[in-house]
Design a protein. Structure first.
Length: 332
């Protein structure tokens, strides 16, 4: 067991090293030509403001359309909210919901229905934030970590720069773009970088793979069960013979369209991120992402790096997963 723990510790160090330093160094903008390749958005039948398909292990862009075009990130923003929260607050901290935080919640935001005076752990609030995209959880988290959503947004922008999100700005932790004088913006390229960084965090990775999550003692002793906004984790069909969707984050506003940054992985550890901002319907978005991922895992498989925690060794992986779960407090 000691030998396994040493192996586990080594892998954790490798993961932490990648997540804090080498993630964005290899990323290059490799926008595809719409007229010269069979992978073009036109030939693929994709309807998007912009998208990026990235090798999550190397950071290389495999396909893209308008990768660095200004877009509105909508609730994909909440991945950054989660990153800042986890890196600045213990997950076991008990947080009381204040009316001041709830007063910040815009009427157009998705909410879970938090009430002033209720108490939750930071971990529970993160599940609400990432599973059901709760704007009220975002505001409560921001107030707890930074004192206000404005101060938290400053922390978000500082973290975005560290990650290498050079064309992004955030003025709120929710992803709102409909308020007066909204300055929030990003690119598909930057959201792919954010997803890559976020999915290297064990806690985020653990949360976003859930189809459902039950919040015990949500209000007056009653529990509630939340269903993920990520349709791939519920009833949406995709090519699960080629890859498995392991999570990430949805977003929807009039300006952003239907957005989803998806992380998928095959049985040899090839992990792919598709940051997609659609300009059609929600149904079309899911079909387009599935089509892009099928293309990647069928025609570009040899371009993808195999992952560090490779599930070709399932017995070892099971043990390592158990040990990582015990030892993940080292990264808090």
């Amino acid at each position: 067991m000691k030998g396994i723990k040493k192996i586990t510790a080594l892998f954790l160090i490798m993961i932490l090293t990648i997540s804090t330093s080498g993630f964005v160094n290899k990323v290059e903008s490799a926008q595809v030509s719409k007229s010269q390749t069979n992978d073009s958005p036109i030939s693929m039948g994709v309807s998007a403001h912009a998208y990026v398909v990235m090798d999550a292990n190397s950071g290389e862009i495999i396909m893209s359309q308008d990768a660095d075009k200004k877009i509105y990130p909508a609730s994909t923003t909440k991945l950054l909210t989660a990153v800042v929260a986890i890196e600045n607050c213990n997950l076991d901290r008990e947080i009381e919901v204040t009316q001041a935080a709830l007063n910040k919640v815009d009427v157009e935001s998705s909410i879970v229905g938090l009430r002033a005076g209720s108490t939750y752990t930071m971990e529970q609030l993160l599940y609400m934030l990432l599973i059901v995209s709760a704007g009220d959880a975002a505001e409560v988290i921001a107030e707890e970590v930074a004192g206000s959503s404005e101060a938290f947004a400053t922390m978000m922008n500082e973290k975005a720069k560290q990650i290498g999100m050079t064309d992004s700005y955030f003025d709120n932790p929710v992803g709102m773009d409909w308020h007066s004088n909204a300055k929030i913006h990003s690119t598909a390229h930057d959201i792919a970088k954010l997803t890559q960084y976020a999915m290297a965090n064990y806690e985020i990775r653990k949360i976003v793979r859930h189809s459902f999550y039950t919040v015990d003692n949500f209000y007056n002793g009653k529990s509630i069960t939340l269903g993920s906004t990520n349709g791939f984790l519920r009833k949406r069909k995709y090519a699960d013979n080629l890859f498995t969707v392991i999570g990430s984050k949805t977003g929807t506003t009039d300006k952003a369209g239907f957005a989803l940054t998806t992380t998928a992985k095959d049985n040899e550890g090839r992990e792919v991120i598709c940051a997609f901002f659609g300009n059609s319907t929600r149904d079309k978005m899911y079909k387009d992402i599935n089509r892009l991922l099928i293309n990647i895992y069928t025609n570009h498989k040899d371009e993808l790096q195999k992952g560090i925690l490779n599930i070709r060794y399932p017995s070892v992986k099971d043990i390592m997963d158990q040990e990582i779960e015990k030892e993940c407090s080292l990264t808090k």
